[in-house]
Ligand binder design. Sequence first.
Ligand code: ASP
Ligand code: MG
Length: 423
Amino acid sequence: MDVFKFGGASVKDAGGVKNVEKILRMHADKKLIVVVSAMGKTTNALERLCEAFFYKKEDALSILNEIRIFHLQILSDLFEDPNDSVFEDFHNTFVELEWALDGNPAYSYDQEYDQIVSLGEILATKIIAAYLNKSGLPAQWRDVRDFIRTDDNFREGKVDWELTSQNIKESLLPFFQKEDGKIVVLQGFLGVTSENFTTTLGREGSDYTASIMAYCSDAESVTIWKDVPGVLNADPKWFDETKLIEMLSYQDAIELSYYGATVIHPKTIKPLQNKNIPLYVKSFLMPSEPGTVISNAQSTLPVPCFIFKVNQVLISISPKDFSFIVEENMSRIFKLFAEHGVKINTMLNSAISFSLCVDNSERQIPVLIKALQEEYRVLYNDSLELITIRYYDQPTIDRVCLGKKVFLEVKSRYTVQIVVKDL
Ligand code: ASP
Ligand code: MG
């Protein structure tokens, strides 16, 4: 059995859904777990809906209506018969949420968020499963919350691997033992707590779902279908010339996604590496092309890989009494960063100051800086870029730094991180 994952971009309209069907048909010989994310930008719209509901900012029901219309359009493009039962099922899916939105928030923001935002994946999978069945590809819709159990850390649910494995083995795998048990369609991104509340696994978490499903069912492979030809050595958004990396080791894939390459969700690789399950990254537009395979092959990358992060802040911290930055200061500083939920992208320590580069979140950074200032002298620069190059050489560094002022450069054997600002 294999796992396929289709992200929001691959199912952003009826044409996308038809394309998914075409790809699945190309793999009709396989037994497949098909993991699907919310269609197009639905998750963003649902986030807006959640804010509107929680903070009474906008009219939540009118945002919900936009979401309904977007999906209804796709549905009408796929199903000509207005009496098809899919429409009724579709409308029923909204009832519970409408009912909830009518009242007041009963739980924390994060908990409400997960209950609301999960609608995107539920709708996407219902539409796709119905379409596959109509097209003569029998597919079973399943609720992934019957399988993936998490703790109650809403918006970043931590997977209970033991229970999840057990659920999958008991309630999912028997389906594939049947001769006609071919395709199961389920939601990415979602999990469930022991109290039966929906959780999510963090934004863009559907890749991780594919990985969890593969790990727990001992799948033969995972394929993530993307709108790029595979893993590229740089984001085409920033670079005109990019190269496809045909083979990548798990280690390199982990490093690249850790440093911010958005092609694969960072948590995806480790479970696959642990069971030696290959991960293919392929184009849903050119599904016959080989794309990238990520495996335990020990190839080093043939070309330098670039990762750009914009909107960075460099925070430099020194003790108020001009003493040295020593271990106690460091652990205190790390604790403050962790308490404010600020992830450190790179850092450098010197005798009298400690510099850390982070994403500029308007919500967290000012509060963090204030907290740091109570104990330390703090300087900061914003509007910076962080450039990470894996498998760098000096000419490459010189090239990317051209016309930029360098604030910080941290080198390890294979990776350099440079914090810069345009001159
Ligand atoms: N729909 C979710 C998101 O947009 C999960 C995913 O796409 O992977 O974050
Ligand atoms: Mg998405």
